[in-house]
Write a protein that binds this ligand. Structure first.
Ligand SMILES: [Zn+2]
Ligand SMILES: [Zn+2]
Length: 132
């Protein structure tokens, strides 16, 4: 497992990372993240003397979150086909993209963030064995 996969496992997916960097206070997950990251932390932060370990972790998660998005969207474009729209019943003869029929657009064609996060998570899982 690489770092991204380990973090996704601890946070229970991309939406979990997003919740944490947006202030979700989950001490159980923070403990696991501390275990994972503490060797990378400066000593003073590790001991909570010169800084707050949770803040350090949050910054790191923010960085990882954006790295994940950059990685995925460097190879994938968000497909705006109607089959991705909530409530739409589109039948394809050939797929429009890797996620044909997967709903991540709401009725106003706005992207549903948590569905998109799930999609990104699936994309990472599907592609981890294809990387050279
Ligand atoms: Zn489609
Ligand atoms: Zn599509």
């Amino acid at each position: 497992m690489n770092e991204t996969e380990k973090i996704l496992k601890i946070t229970n997916g991309v939406d979990g990372i997003w919740n944490l960097i947006n202030g979700e206070d989950n001490s159980l997950i923070y403990e696991q993240l501390y275990d994972y990251f503490h060797e990378d932390m400066p000593y003073g932060i590790q001991k909570a003397r010169t800084g707050d370990p949770d803040e350090w972790i949050s910054d790191r998660l923010n960085y990882i979150y954006h790295r994940i998005l950059n990685d995925v969207f460097s190879t994938v474009q968000i497909c705006m086909c109607l089959c991705h729209k909530e409530g739409a019943d589109i039948v394809h003869f050939s797929p429009c993209c890797d996620f044909t029929g997967y709903k991540y657009l709401d009725k106003d064609n706005e992207i549903n963030r948590s569905n998109l996060h799930e999609l990104i998570g699936q994309y990472i899982l599907n592609h981890k064995h294809k990387k050279p």
